[in-house]
Design a protein around this ligand. Structure first.
Ligand SMILES: C[S@@+](CC[C@H](N)C(=O)[O-])C[C@H]1O[C@@H](n2cnc3c(N)ncnc32)[C@H](O)[C@@H]1O
Length: 365
């Protein structure tokens, strides 16, 4: 422990990862509250039903690539109140819907009145054949934060429940290796980075549950060519961005180093075991070099590009429709606005999509 281990107010300081874990998912954690994520911020899922329709089309492509299996899984990881699963099941054509199984994977409890067809789980099913989809999940997997001290050394940032910080020990071990590989910090006092190793491991463990199909993570993201110099850790409360304080009163989130997650399933450290058994982050034994069954390379693209491929373009309806069928024209215009929000530059359209096929060809070429 360093001098910074206790704050002035007497509260214990811990690394951001442990503090966030308790603040979000502890017994009184932010995500245990009844209002759910939609009570505090708007994701693509809440922005428009068009998003669920596009994901349903993606599930149909996965179904085709799998050769129309007897049962087809749709697994929403970090499902909030299960809104996306309900929307996807409702948007499927009848022949696919008859074979589809919908799973909401969530640490919070099942909301009252949820569609009975949706299975509510606290971790993904063991052998998924279909689509595993994680919208804004990885940014809520807690991470530690490093900051460069006056001597140019990256140290762990410690935080008290009120959000006040102090520097702790130098970053070492696997976390130092991760920084060196994915987010090297120049020796300039005050530069910061979020150490994404727990997210890489969590993603690899999730992908390991897919026997055949596609895993997709969608999130605020950055890649090695453009890391933010001071990191992105922030809070959200009742729709507004706020200073992050790990006291359970707000969401705590940081953008995702999605390129590191993409590499996690094809690196010897985090790849699936030869038996295909699930490996849970982060305390698993390492796969001995040479025994990992590497998956095909993952692919990164923007939400804008992904949704365009899934036939969500935001094109305006033809003007002729206005005189032929005015109410259809008004409905089509509203859809255009929603599609524009889902694909907007500087907004949801810039989100990163990480596609990891497992045993099938990439269904979004
Ligand atoms: C930002 S919300 C996104 C909710 C929803 N996917 C959406 O896009 O509206 C993140 C959700 O992930 C859940 N979550 C975080 N870690 C999880 C885990 N390991 N297993 C299941 N759910 C998790 C949280 O409880 C929270 O509901």
């Amino acid at each position: 422990m360093t001098d910074g281990a206790r704050s002035k107010g007497g509260g214990e300081r811990r690394g951001w990862r442990a503090a966030t874990q308790e603040a979000l998912y502890g017994p009184d954690g932010f995500y245990r509250r009844p209002e759910g994520p939609a009570g505090h911020f708007r994701t693509s899922v809440h922005a428009s039903p068009l998003f669920a329709h596009a994901i349903a089309r993606l599930l149909c492509r996965v179904d085709e690539a799998l050769g129309r299996p007897r049962t087809l899984d749709f697994v929403d990881l970090g499902a909030g109140h299960g809104e996306l699963v309900g929307g996807v099941l409702a948007a499927l054509p009848a022949d696919v819907a008859a074979r589809a199984r919908g799973y909401a994977v969530e640490l919070a409890g099942r909301p009252d009145g949820l569609d009975e067809r949706i299975t509510w789980l606290s971790e993904p099913p063991r052998e998924i054949t279909g689509l595993l989809f994680a919208n804004e999940w990885l940014d809520n997997v807690p991470v530690d934060v490093a900051e460069v001290d006056p001597a140019g050394v990256p140290r762990l940032v410690l935080v008290a429940a009120d959000g006040t910080e102090a520097l702790g020990e130098p970053v070492s071990g696997a976390e130092a290796d991760w920084l060196a590989r994915w987010w090297p910090l120049p020796a300039e006092e005050g530069l910061r980075a979020e150490i994404g190793l727990p997210r890489d491991l969590a993603w690899a463990a999730a992908v390991d549950r897919v026997a055949r199909g596609l895993a997709v993570a969608v999130d605020y993201a950055h890649t090695a060519d453009a890391r933010p110099p001071f990191g992105t850790l922030t809070g959200f409360r009742e729709g507004r961005e706020t200073a992050p304080a790990p006291d359970g009163s707000c969401d705590i989130t940081a953008h995702v180093a999605l390129d590191a997650c993409a590499a996690a399933c094809t690196s010897a450290d985090t790849a699936r075991t030869p038996s295909g058994t699930a490996r849970t982050a982060p305390d698993h034994a390492r796969t001995p070099p040479g025994t990992a069954c590497a998956l095909p390379a993952a692919r990164l693209l923007t939400q804008r590009a992904a949704l365009h491929t899934l036939e969500l373009t935001g094109a305006r309806p033809p003007l002729a429709l206005a005189s032929k069928d005015p109410s259809a024209y008004v409905r089509a215009l509203a859809s255009t606005g929603e599609a524009a929000e889902l694909t907007a530059s500087g907004g949801l359209g810039d989100f990163g999509w990480l596609l990891q096929p497992v045993g099938i060809a990439d269904p979004l070429p």
